[in-house]
Design a protein around this ligand. Sequence first.
Ligand code: ZN
Length: 462
Amino acid sequence: MATLLDDLSAALGPGGVVTGAEAQDLAKSPWTRLGSPVAVLRPRSTVEVSAILRLARAAGQPVVPWGGRTGLVDGAQADGALALSLERMNAIEEIDPATGVMRVQAGCVLQTACEAAEAAGLLLPLDLGSRGSATIGGNISTNAGGNRVLRYGMMRDMVLGLEAVMADGTVVDALNPLIKNNAGYDIKQLFIGTEGTLGVVTRAVLRLRPKPASHNVAMLAVDTFEALSPLLRRLDRGLGGALSAFEVLWPEFYKLVTTPPARGTPPLPRGHAFYVLTEAMGGDIHSDGERFEQVLAGALEEGEIVDAVIAKSDSERAALWALRDDVGQTSRDGPILAFDVSLKIAQMETYVADVRAAMSAGGADGDRLVVFGHLGDGNLHLIAPMVDRTGPARRALEEAVYAPLRTRGGSISAEHGIGLMKRAFLPWSRSPEELAVMRTLKAALDPGDILNPGKVLGSAEA
Ligand code: ZN
């Protein structure tokens, strides 16, 4: 190990290899368990990332890529491994307003990239709670979702091309800037959503969108689950493609984010069955607001919504979004376990009831389950009080959440990924044949099993 660290120091230069107490400090995160890395490596270029992987592979030493360390499934756990932090590769290399394309390094923080796009009159539409820490490389490796998937898709849909370093140090330049390119296999997809198990993303070419001229936001009260789907369809149809968010807050979540110590105040009275935060981003600042109001008025007339408040200023819009973003309140009474499932909207009401019943049957309190989510994408977040971290009660809670998905054809992960936390349940969402293809890819591209080993599929020998 000493030889390897010496070689890495020589390759990376000053500040490139962090060890000891300083490395352990970097491995502290409120979000995720990062373990105890042998060293934290901080390359400044793709050439240096390549050198790291060449040296690590020769030494049989595992490497765990680190982005913003805001993941929720222990996907960056680096116990006994070299943590490869992309933090010093954070440049925005180019923005081309004419084609709406941005080229960035993987360590660039999402919010920084969004602000740079905006300064150029464009929109990088990925939006999620950890925007101030999460990095573009991490967003790509986890195929991040967030609040505007309904309109703009997931991270996968924003990546035109990328550069990645393979396990043997080979640099794959797939920095394609074209929207259409069917010349053979789409190599970039191997590195999107594969959680750093097939390669390390070092740079990316992202597709930007025109910055919307109008931005309308409302909080709606809905009294029956059955009204949510017709309401979503009405907004989608009536707003002519401008609908950019349809976030549903179950009443427990609404109460949490509108009562102290939360800073939010209730924009609508408590006591409704559901609250919907909806948003439209359009091209006409003069007529879009009127259209937004008209569509909501129609929903009110039909009884799909029973109350509504429309934001009238930037600060009111921000205040409504702040309620949805104040997910931290879910852990104010103690540690939590967060789930991110997806299933058909029509099945959600019975699904949530089944989860609560299964939790209660297993000795947990089903009434303490807090539910909210990107309903427009079929994605629910379920937050349960943390039971013991590793014991049978934890397993029972996970089964209570995941088992009712199997009969409904749902997914155990809509956005967070698998990491270490959900490996045992991956076969509940993927067929044996799908898993076999995943293993074939992993064995072919990382035969030494040094890239984020154990994540997603488990270790090679398991
Ligand atoms: Zn989410």
